[in-house]
Design a protein around this ligand. Structure first.
Ligand code: NAD
Length: 443
């Protein structure tokens, strides 16, 4: 174990038997380690730190879904991490590799994200283990068929929302999209509750939808990346180079917004392929290619690019905008970028972070950089209740302003207290959650 890990290692005697059984706290996550360190600096006792780190409720479920006449059982979990500052809020992730540990970490990140951006929500998350390649095998299908994939995700979310309808309707947990789900799936949740404030990320036209919600996460990440370029790297955004992993809900508007700011997006990869162009990719043409092929692979406006090669590209900023744990102790030494802006949730592991720190490559944390989505969700929630619809630009401006204000605080804390940006952001968030828990006598 490294010095940094040893220094911030939460005490093993914190774990209740149930947590050991459910594996919510092992292996230790970056946020748990940093919350432990923040709590210790704040002079909190071990029980208070444990309450801050641990989930308040964890529900593990199986949902039988009838898909194309066949019953398929999906496994999943709903983690309600912390509701001190507001209702549990967090996306629904559909993926083949869902675990309780990961879902708990993602819920914890939502608690920290809402706190560091001053959004009045708590943190939650749903993970449903949906293995799309296995579904092709089960139903004897080839080749790739987007309609078939949509039937599976919509059915999974529909059955899931039937199970948890009351929780959504009572605004105990308010879901949103995450990897593998999007506005279409959120419309199905609305169909269950008929309450526009029970779910955010609804598609255009569905009662309570919000202009700009679809683009908000990506635009917020682009705003953060531009500020990192200027204020951390001291570079002009015009002509700066960026590489992005992923081309999903977050990465598509992110790439558009970066190009709108004069940035060259030189490389993009997704699950099925990748593309590189040193002059900067034509993102509008790439979006057209993606609409037809559902991958950036095969795009004529560049050369093929493998995922591993994306990480070692010599660029100003690398933006992981796909899945978690992609920058690890195995590949952090090969990162070619001068700065990392985390669009995905927890893309950098503890080991990866240590290597990047040694190499003095700054990391702008997920809880700040990708907070645009939850900030827009805050507006979608409140406008659903009031029936007042803000304009798209107003929504995007609010996202950037809230991220910007708290980015300023984070940079300031990191500089004055000699911390990394990640440590500073987690410390600010932990302090805010702790104070409310104290006021509410939750501690
Ligand atoms: P998405 O499902 O729309 O897109 C994911 C993209 O990543 C796809 O292009 C996919 O091909 C690619 N991808 C997945 N695994 C990959 C891998 N191993 N290698 C290369 N590419 C891979 O998901 P999204 O909604 O864009 O979310 C992306 C990330 O951003 C996730 O970590 C999510 O938790 C986070 N996030 C999303 C939102 C939101 O509003 N959707 C908000 C905050 C954070």
């Amino acid at each position: 174990m490294s010095d940094m890990q040893a220094e911030v290692h939460p005490r093993l005697d914190f774990d209740s038997e149930m947590e050991i059984l459910l594996q919510t706290q092992r292996p230790l996550t970056r946020s748990a380690l940093l919350m432990e360190r923040a709590g210790t600096q704040m002079g909190l006792d071990k029980d208070a730190i444990n309450e801050l780190i641990s989930p308040q409720q964890l529900i593990v479920f199986r949902i039988p879904c009838k898909i194309l006449g066949q019953v398929v059982n999906f496994w999943g979990c709903l983690c309600l991490h912390n509701s001190a500052r507001g209702p549990f809020k967090g996306g629904i992730r559909l993926a083949a590799d869902i675990t309780i540990w990961e879902t708990t970490e993602l819920a914890r990140l939502m608690t920290l994200k809402c706190a560091v951006c001053n959004v009045e929500f708590g943190g939650g998350k749903t993970g449903i283990r949906v293995d799309i390649p296995a579904m092709y095998e089960l139903f004897g299908r080839t080749p790739r068929d987007l309609e078939f994939e949509k039937i599976i995700t919509l059915d999974a979310v529909e059955y899931y929302s039937q199970n948890f309808r009351d929780m959504f309707s009572e605004h105990i947990y308010i879901p949103a999209p995450d990897m593998g789900s999007g506005p279409d799936e959120m419309a199905f949740i609305y169909n269950e509750t008929l309450d526009p404030a029970s779910v955010t990320g609804k598609p255009e036209g569905v009662h309570g939808w919000l202009p700009g919600r679809k683009e908000s996460t990506g635009v917020g990440v682009a705003y953060t990346a531009c500020r990192a370029l200027r204020e951390i790297l001291g570079k002009d955004t015009e002509g700066a180079s960026v590489a992005i992993q992923g081309f999903g809900n977050v990465a598509r508007p992110l790439a558009q917004s970066l190009v709108g700011n004069g940035v060259r997006v030189v490389g993009i990869t997704d699950l099925y392929g990748g593309v590189y162009n040193a002059e900067g990719l034509d993102i509008e043409a790439l979006l057209e290619h993606f609409a037809e092929n559902a991958t950036v692979g095969g795009f004529a406006g560049g050369q093929p690019l493998a995922n591993e090669a994306l990480f070692s590209l010599d660029v100003d900023v690398l933006i992981p905008a796909a899945s978690g744990a992609v920058i690890t102790s195995d590949n952090a030494a090969d990162i070619g970028a001068d700065c990392i802006v985390e669009a995905a949730n927890m893309p950098t592991t503890v080991g990866g972070m240590e290597t990047l720190q040694e190499r003095k490559i700054p990391v702008v944390p997920d809880i700040l950089a990708n907070a645009g989505g939850v900030i827009a969700s805050m507006l979608e929630y409140s406008s659903s209740l009031s029936a007042i619809k803000p304009a798209k630009q107003e929504v995007l401006d609010t996202c950037c302003k809230k991220i910007g204000d708290n980015f300023n605080l984070t940079i300031e804390k990191a500089r004055t207290e000699n911390m990394s940006l990640v440590e500073a952001a987690v410390t600010i968030a932990t302090q805010r959650v702790y104070e409310v828990m104290k006021h509410r006598r939750m501690l």
